[in-house]
Design a protein around this ligand. Structure first.
Ligand SMILES: [Zn+2]
Ligand SMILES: [Zn+2]
Length: 256
């Protein structure tokens, strides 16, 4: 079973264009939102890295990610792996949900491995940003990116995942990663803390600032199971909710 190179190239180009487009569009939109809400900045420390340098570093790693995604899709289309379910109204969201849950687990364990002594040198570049920005979500070493995103090669081969579901998983992954590095907390809420498993920007921000906590990607499940959740995470989310409340009240009663 071969893989037509021309088809791989077309898929790669489409995935890459969409991915860089989303990176720039969502990054600029979040920057605008951040400017409107300076009071939502998480860390008082200034970001250490420069904007354009961060952007280019992230785009370079996006190329690695897109290669993994295109490879998985092209191999599946060439008949490798278990073969996809027909894309229907139920199979597409179901397999996307399965993919998101699995990617969260995969990311947690690979990320913990990347924090071990032999592998940390590949993950260190990502941690040079102690104060993340919208542009730093993908910056890092190619080995780091390839290890975490080889998931996208395996997913469509090992499970009957329609291509559309792969696209949804990646869309969710990229959007939440950009928000998670944005440095401003706009999404704190009751479902983002215990007893819910949702996470908001503070989660991964604490991974960058405190380093030994919050390894997971989408949900707090694995960090809670293995005791690696930041001890002040839930408290911090609740305090953001209270701060939104105070700001809203101050805006409603400017005379006070
Ligand atoms: Zn890390
Ligand atoms: Zn990060």
């Amino acid at each position: 079973m071969g893989m037509p190179l021309a088809e791989f190239a077309v898929i790669w180009a489409a995935v890459t264009a969409a991915s860089i487009g989303l990176f720039l569009a969502l990054g600029l939109a979040l920057e605008a939102l951040n400017r409107r809400h300076p009071e939502r900045r998480i860390q008082s420390r200034e970001p250490s890295s420069e904007r354009v340098r961060d952007m280019l570093a992230s785009i370079r790693q996006l190329l690695v990610t897109c290669t993994c995604i295109a490879l998985g899709i092209a191999l599946q289309r060439a008949g490798w792996g278990v073969g996809p379910l027909a894309a229907t109204w139920w199979s597409v969201p179901l397999m996307a949900a399965v993919g998101i849950v699995l990617l969260d687990a995969w990311f947690y364990f690979v990320h913990r491995l990347l924090h071990t002594r032999p592998l940390y040198r590949f993950h260190r570049p990502h941690h040079l940003n102690v104060t993340p920005t919208v542009w730093s979500n993908d910056s890092g070493h190619a080995v780091d990116t390839a290890m975490t995103h080889s998931f996208y090669v395996l997913l469509p081969l090992l499970l009957p995942v329609p291509v559309l579901s792969v696209v949804l998983v990646r869309l969710f992954d990229q959007v939440t990663a950009i928000i998670g590095h944005s440095g401003y907390e706009h999404f704190a809420g009751a479902t983002m803390r215990w007893p819910w498993l949702g996470i908001c920007t503070v989660y991964h921000d604490q991974h960058h600032s405190a380093f030994r906590y919050n390894y997971a990607n989408f949900f707090s499940l694995w960090d809670r199971v293995f005791g690696t959740i930041h001890p002040r995470y839930d408290e911090e989310v609740a305090s953001w909710e209270a701060r939104y409340q105070t700001t809203a009240e101050a805006r409603a009663n400017p005379a006070e």
